[in-house]
Design a protein around this ligand. Structure first.
Ligand code: GDP
Length: 182
C-alpha cells in the first residue's frame, strides 16, 4: 500500500456524527477508531475528531470523523461543526424512541447548515438492547428510505456493524468524489 501510494491523489473527507445526547456517538467513534468502549458518559464538552485511514481501490482515504462531544446537550451544535462535511452518521438509540423521533430535526439541521454532504447514514445504535427495543428495524428502514439515506443498526458495545457503517459512508463519498474528479 505504502509503496504504491500515488503522489497527487490524496483524499481527506470530513464526516460528522450527529444525534441526541447519549445515543452512543462517542462510543461508535472510539470503537471504530481505537476499538474501545466506555461505559461512562464523558465529562468534557467540546468538539473532537479522529482521523482514520481506510484503503479503497489501493488508495489511502483519510476520514476525519467529528464528534459533537456533548455540544448537543445544549442544542448548540455550531455551524463550524457541519462546515465542509462530506458525510454524516445520524444516530439514534433503538431503546429510546424519543431519540428516533428527534432524527428529523437533525436531518433538517444538517441540510440547512451544509450543502456538501454526499453520503448520510441513519444509524440505529445499541442493537444489543433487543429486550428493551422501542424502535423496530422496519421503522428505521422506512425512515431511511423516505429520506434517501443508508441505514444500519449497530452496537458500539458488541461491535456489530460499526466498521461497516463508517466504511460504507467513506466508500460512498470516495465513489462520488472520484467520479467527479475523473
Ligand atoms: P453520546 O452522548 O451520543 O456520545 O453517547 P456515548 O457514546 O457517551 O454513550 C452514552 C451511553 O450509552 C454510555 O453509557 C455508553 O456506555 C452507552 N452506549 C453507547 N453505545 C452503546 C451500545 O451500542 N450498546 C449499549 N448497550 N450501550 C451503549
Amino acid at each position: 500500500m505504502e509503496e504504491e501510494g500515488e503522489v497527487g491523489e490524496e483524499y481527506l473527507f470530513k464526516i460528522v456524527l450527529i444525534g441526541d445526547s447519549a445515543v452512543g456517538k462517542s462510543n461508535l467513534l472510539s470503537r471504530f477508531a481505537r476499538n474501545e468502549f466506555d461505559t461512562n458518559s464523558k465529562a468534557t464538552i467540546g468538539v473532537e475528531f479522529q482521523t482514520q485511514v481506510v484503503e479503497i481501490d489501493g488508495k489511502e482515504v483519510k476520514a476525519q470523523i467529528w464528534d459533537t462531544a456533548g455540544q448537543e446537550r445544549f442544542r448548540a451544535v455550531t455551524s463550524a461543526y457541519y462546515r465542509g462535511a462530506f458525510g454524516a452518521l445520524v444516530v439514534y438509540d433503538i431503546s429510546r424512541r424519543s431519540t428516533f423521533d428527534g432524527i428529523k430535526r437533525w436531518l433538517e439541521e444538517l441540510a440547512t447548515q451544509n450543502d456538501s454532504t454526499v453520503a448520510t447514514m441513519l444509524v440505529g445504535n445499541k442493537c444489543d438492547l433487543e429486550n428493551i427495543r422501542e424502535v423496530s428495524v422496519e421503522d428505521g428502514k422506512s425512515l431511511a428510505e423516505a429520506e434517501g439515506l443508508f441505514f444500519m443498526e449497530t452496537s458500539a458495545l458488541d461491535t456489530t456493524n460499526v466498521q461497516t457503517a463508517f466504511e460504507t459512508v467513506i466508500r460512498e463519498i470516495y465513489n462520488v468524489v472520484s467520479r467527479k474528479v475523473l
